[in-house]
Design a protein around this ligand. Structure first.
Ligand code: CU
Length: 652
């Protein structure tokens, strides 16, 4: 649980502790005990306003009266969350020293990991973001929008949600400066898919620093709509019996990489770049120096570990012979994780102090050679797949979500490791296998294969459905684990694209190194806030083609998800590399909001512009690339040839 030995977290500076409810003193530099593993806390909806306003009075702009809000919350129609951002003190376990390093990071709610936010389809969710970071009056002084800047300026992105991108909704073109509160209002439509989404800041210039500081949390839309003969339903209704205590927030596995560094010594003197990754007595790890901490080689040099729910190498206690759902959220900034779960062949060789490429690789080879645990993927980027896809190696990129079902087939220890193939796909730098978590499993042993066990469990879960729809769902499951009664979106057909009559949109990522500094480009341009790169027509469907001219980049677009229709080699004579074949295996036909674009691949996607108009962005989800220019503006306009503009006006 939070506050147990080894993981502690408190606010830096003079922010009121009681408002946050967290105040364990930081651990000293003694050897760290292994803390219990727990899911992120869950953000509780406020029953009234948190301002000092008493009774039924107006408390500021765009806020309900407290009585009206309480009524709305009580009836489940509205939720009100308050989410402060504060500089907070805590510790992170460092395998290299066996100690907990002290860190001081920007944190949502003053907690690490950030709390999970839960919503229901059809709800209005108010989220008051309070920027309590220090003022930065000189920020942005370089005048170049593509030089990282204004690290304490923020905003909120609800990654993957299909809601309005404008005004006080999922609007990432806003800047919330230090000292400013802003109440976002998310109108989650009643037909919104349930699933695993996430939230993080998205202000151009400070995104990498803030997400790298740990500012990312799970955003779950819980589904309670069973399938009927007339309509598809939420997968949650089939899987609800497998959630621990029936609570889907306990399925969250938030994956993060925090490249914290000790930039100054105990006397406040700046350290040389090659010394910043070692934190000595009296030093505090921070995420403040973009050039040092987001250099393409920095993560490797840092020796830091990928974390689950804000823990380095967590020790998880699970039951064998039981089905689990993990909602994997890759909230990392720039590291590829090939997640693999495997029985420890030699648990005695597990080494919590493994540090450095050699020791990490040796540990995996010696300890982790047992049976693979298959990850049965039921949803990609929160959207339920038409058919469950079995993976041994789960390729996760920054921004990806992967909902997987799995069973630990027998009692014992299991390695959770990053099965790097030699080169990190995102960073194009050397990478090695690395244990990032250990599972201790007690309980039963399954009969038959993992797939047979899964099929039997799901068939039984479907027994509760009314007879007519049960027959369809169970026939689907028996037909190689299909889920056609649970998919949220219909295929975008060739015919639909043709009828829409829109030209294909081509996207090409590129890096230019010739003249320093490196240029981060899409279609040969760096981001310009005053340039509209794509104008799209509401109500149409369109095909896009994605490629990269220099290194691999994960493509992400806000608001409307896309369907992957084709993946072709960039050079037909050479074909796809084995790496690309593996990365894209099983992806054709799936819906996603983020997809890795490998150098040797051309990816064709289709999307629909439904319901929402307004301006938003697409970008590379290596967030330091985004901050340096790898982003474009997009707008959806009305289909009247005027973009819905006022006659003689100019404001869309
Ligand atoms: Cu990129």
């Amino acid at each position: 649980m939070r506050g147990s030995v080894g993981l502690s977290w408190r606010l830096a500076g003079a922010v009121c502790l009681s408002a946050i409810g967290l105040a364990m003193p930081a651990q000293g530099q003694k050897a760290a005990a292994v803390p219990d593993f727990a899911p992120p806390s869950v953000l509780r909806a406020e029953e009234g306003l948190t301002s000092t306003a008493k009774g039924d009075v107006q408390a500021g702009f765009n806020k309900f009266t407290s009585r009206a809000l309480r009524n709305a919350v009580d009836t489940g129609k509205e939720l009100h969350y308050v989410l402060p951002i504060v500089l907070s003190d805590g510790t992170i376990f460092n395998p290299a020293t066996g100690r907990n390093d002290k860190v001081r990071l920007r944190a949502y709610n003053g907690t690490f990991p950030a709390p999970t936010i839960k919503m229901l389809p059809g709800q209005t969710v108010r989220l008051t973001l309070q920027n309590k970071l220090a003022p930065e009056p000189l920020c942005g002084a370089t005048g170049n929008t593509n030089i990282p800047h204004c690290f304490n300026t923020t905003n909120m992105h609800s990654h993957g949600l299909w809601i309005s991108p404008t005004g006080n909704s999922d609007n990432v073109l806003l800047s919330i400066r230090p000292g400013v509160d802003f109440q976002y209002e998310y109108n989650v439509p009643a037909d919104h898919p349930a699933g695993t989404f996430w939230y993080h800041p998205h202000t151009h210039g400070s995104t990498a620093i803030q997400v790298g500081s740990g500012m990312a949390g799970a955003l779950l839309i819980e589904g309670k709509r069973p399938p009927t003969m007339a309509s598809n339903g939420d997968l949650d209704t089939l899987l609800k019996g497998f959630a621990p205590d029936g609570d889907i927030t306990k399925e969250v596995m938030l994956i993060q990489q925090i490249p914290y560094a000790c930039l100054v010594d105990a006397n406040g003197k700046a350290k040389p770049e090659d010394a910043i990754w070692t934190c000595n007595e009296g030093e505090v790890g921070v995420v403040e120096n973009f050039d040092y901490q987001f250099d393409p080689k920095a993560w490797k040099k840092s020796g830091r570990y990928t974390m689950f729910n804000a823990q380095v190498r967590p020790e998880m206690k699970l039951k064998s012979g039981q089905l689990y759902r993990w909602r994997l959220i890759d909230a990392g900034v720039e590291e590829t994780v090939n997640l693999r779960i495997r029985k420890a062949s030699n648990p005695g060789a597990l080494n919590r102090r493994a540090a450095g490429a050699k020791a990490e690789e040796v540990e995996v080879q010696k300890a982790c050679a047992g049976t693979d645990v298959t990850q049965f993927e039921v949803a990609a980027d929160g959207l339920t797949r038409g058919q469950i896809f079995a993976k041994v190696d789960n390729n996760l990129q920054p921004g990806y979500r992967s909902d997987v079902l799995f069973v630990l087939p027998e009692p014992g220890e299991y390695c959770v490791y990053d099965d790097a193939s030699g080169t990190d796909q995102v960073m194009n730098s050397p990478d090695n296998p690395k244990v990032i978590g250990v599972i201790h499993a007690a309980g039963g042993t399954i009969k038959g294969t993992q797939k047979e066990f899964l099929t039997e469990q799901l068939l039984r879960a479907a027994d509760d459905l009314p007879a007519d729809v049960r027959e369809v769902v169970q026939a689907d499951l028996r037909n190689d684990l299909r889920l056609t009664k649970y998919i949220p979106h219909q295929d975008v057909t060739e015919e639909e694209i043709k009828v829409s009559g829109q030209p294909q949109v081509d996207i090409a990522f590129n890096l230019e190194f010739e003249v320093p500094p490196t240029k981060f480009l899409i279609n040969q341009h760096a981001y310009d806030p005053n340039r509209m790169d794509h104008t799209l027509i509401l109500g149409t469907a369109q095909q896009w083609q994605l490629r990269t001219l220099s290194v691999n980049h994960p493509f992400h677009i806000h608001v409307n998800p896309f369907q992957i229709v084709d993946i072709q080699p960039a050079d037909p004579k050479v074909g796809l590399s084995n790496d690309s074949k593996k990365v894209y295996e099983g992806m054709k036909g799936t819906w996603k909001d983020t997809i890795m674009v490998n150098e040797d691949a051309i990816i064709t996607i289709r999307t629909r512009y439904s319901r929402y108009i307004g301006q938003y962005v697409l970008h590379c989800h290596i967030l330091d690339h985004e901050d340096q220019g790898m982003m474009q503006n997009v707008q959806i306009v009305l289909p009247d040839g005027q973009g819905g503009a006022q006659p003689l006006g100019h404001n869309h």
